[in-house]
Design a binder for this molecule. Structure first.
Ligand SMILES: [Zn+2]
Length: 155
């Protein structure tokens, strides 16, 4: 039996990569399956390492997917406008065209905007109702209405 003479370094009970560093110490990484070297030191994985490095570089250098700065503001006056924006953003997120941080912000802020729009709508309707209630002296009611106005708030 003529086994290769190897540096039999082990760490934590598992066999280690046989690569010897410049300082003479061994690499403590687990060897790849079917190899005596770990992913980083296996000569056979050089091409894979290059590909992984390139992919990492592409990932890092990829610009955040946002709309160009000259994109006009979207109209967001009504609930329908907000629904339209949410639908567009959702589709862009599904296609990976928009950064998840952006789509998350759109979702969160849209929720706030919808609640504010709802509140605004309620206040407008309340004001219209108050103004439509006739007062005893023939004028329409106001919150600050005085006299014997039974609907006056500031009595
Ligand atoms: Zn190694």
């Amino acid at each position: 039996m003529s086994e290769d003479v190897t540096i039999n370094n082990t760490a934590g009970g598992h066999p280690c990569c046989e690569y010897v560093k410049a300082d003479g110490s061994g690499c403590l990484a687990v060897p790849r399956h079917g190899s005596r070297y770990c992913f980083f030191h296996d000569p056979d994985s050089a091409a894979e390492r290059d590909a992984a490095r390139r992919a990492g570089g592409v990932e890092r250098s990829r610009k955040h997917a946002v709309l160009p700065s000259d994109t006009p503001d979207m109209q967001l006056a009504t609930t329908a406008d907000v629904i339209n924006l949410l639908g567009r953003t959702l589709n862009q997120a599904l296609r990976g065209e928009v950064d998840p941080k952006v789509s998350n912000a759109v979702g969160y802020l849209s929720g706030i905007l919808l609640r504010a729009t709802e509140q605004d709508d309620l206040e407008r309707r309340l004001t219209r109702l108050e103004q439509a209630i006739p007062t005893g002296n023939g004028r329409t009611n106001r919150r600050s209405g005085g006299g014997d106005d039974p609907f006056a708030f500031n009595k």
